[in-house]
Design a protein around this ligand. Structure first.
Ligand SMILES: *Cc1c(COP(=O)(O)O)cnc(C)c1O
Length: 384
């Protein structure tokens, strides 16, 4: 398919996804299985293509967010179990169980509803989420042991997993997380003693894996690191160089090149008054495609012919570019907002900085609005 009708694309590199997973596995060692967090449309990378790419990797589970997303993954007929993060009311449990999904339960009403939806004589598999200190979702840590004892008495219920989430962004958060991991480990030890520990237990996620925290659970659940995104607000917490962003390229093409005499306006009516004659180019990608208006003081650039060209303006559907240093640029030339061209490269960190957001938020902003291309294992062109 030609992209000439609207040249604006994002390239997701599935080889990097596999390489990031290999890095996570090296870091965790053979004692911990890996579950992939696919919520938020696989953090904006496309839940179905990512699930397809990972299905042969022997993951313990795909952890998904919305019911819609889980059903789309389920329709692919993959082998990996699909577990839903908590997000359904008790009255919705039957829909999840009947769709072959594994719900998360956080209260007795939800667990009973899941059990009632089991096939006659069969069981409904569930995971239990514990709030080990984040203060968001889950059964309170102190109540978890009694809760599991209660669930063991519910006919038709099979607790397959027990998990918690303890993300952190900086060194102070790391100290907090170490204490909370220890408390969750204590819970697991008590459950093991009483024979109540489910087959899958998990607390580790991107921040703890990258920072090298270890814990007693037999699995980790990773999102950020899998996609090569930093989970940290403070870059000094851990070395992330083994992980590369799966979003490898964001590009467009020049649809016009023009010359503007000194004193004329460029993209901003009545106020630009360029001090010298300039050559500019226009690429058909803008705020509607998720490109942020640059934070004040930033000097965002794109790559054209392996050289940097400043962005003069971000409009709803267009970028206006200063071609002074790429004077020979022509209509049809590739414009990279992210990616590498020869020696030059614009990384996700640089893009996120002028977007004024975290890497994940920059990826989410661009997700689903550009022609998505996948390269590496199982590639193709699709819209996500
Ligand atoms: C999103 C999520 C994860 C993955 O977190 P990352 O920091 O992206 O690795 C793990 N566990 C739970 C419960 C989550 O909601």
């Amino acid at each position: 398919m030609s992209d000439a009708a609207h040249p604006a694309w994002a390239v997701y590199d599935l080889d990097r996804l596999h390489a990031n997973l290999a890095g996570i596995r090296r870091r965790c060692g053979p004692g911990q299985a890996v579950m992939a967090a696919l919520k938020g449309n696989a953090y904006g990378h496309g839940a179905v293509p990512v699930a397809r790419a990972l299905d042969g990797e022997g993951l313990a589970a795909f952890m998904t967010g919305s019911f819609d997303e889980a059903r789309r993954i389920g329709a692919e007929g993959l082998r990996t179990p699909i577990v839903m993060f908590a997000g359904a009311l008790p009255a919705g449990m039957a829909d999840l169980v009947e769709a072959g999904l594994v719900p998360t339960v956080v209260d007795r009403a939800g667990a009973e509803a899941a059990a009632r939806a089991a096939q006659p004589g069969g069981t409904a598999p569930v995971y239990v989420k514990v709030d080990a200190g984040l203060g968001r979702l889950g059964v309170a840590l102190e109540a978890a042991e009694d809760f599991l004892l209660d669930l063991a008495a519910i006919e038709g219920l099979e607790v397959q997993g027990l998990y918690t989430h303890l993300p952190f962004g900086d060194a102070r958060g790391r100290g907090w997380a170490e204490g909370r991991f220890a408390a969750f480990d204590d819970l697991l030890a008590r459950l093991e003693e009483r024979g109540l520990a489910p087959p899958v237990t998990q607390a580790g996620a991107s921040a703890s894996v990258a920072a090298g925290l270890s814990d007693r659970a037999n699995a980790v659940c990773v999102g950020h690191l899998l996609y090569g995104l930093s989970p940290f607000s403070d870059a000094s917490v851990a070395d992330l160089s083994p992980y590369r962003p799966v979003l490898a390229e964001v590009g467009s093409r020049l649809v016009q090149v023009s010359d503007h005499p000194q004193g004329s306006d460029i993209a901003i009516a009545g106020s630009f008054g360029t001090k010298r004659g300039r050559r500019t180019g226009v690429a058909p990608v803008g705020a509607a495609q998720g490109v942020a208006r640059p934070v004040p003081g930033s000097r965002p650039e794109v790559l054209i012919r392996g050289r940097r060209a400043p962005i003069l303006a971000v409009s709803l559907e267009h970028l206006t570019l200063d071609l002074t240093d790429v004077g020979e640029a022509e209509v049809g030339d590739t414009v990279l907002l992210l990616g590498g061209d020869g020696e030059a490269a614009i990384g996700l960190g640089e893009l996120a900085a002028w977007f004024g957001t975290r890497e994940l938020d920059a990826v989410l902003a661009l997700s689903g609005r550009l022609t998505a291309r996948y390269r590496g294992a199982g590639s193709g062109i699709t819209r996500i």
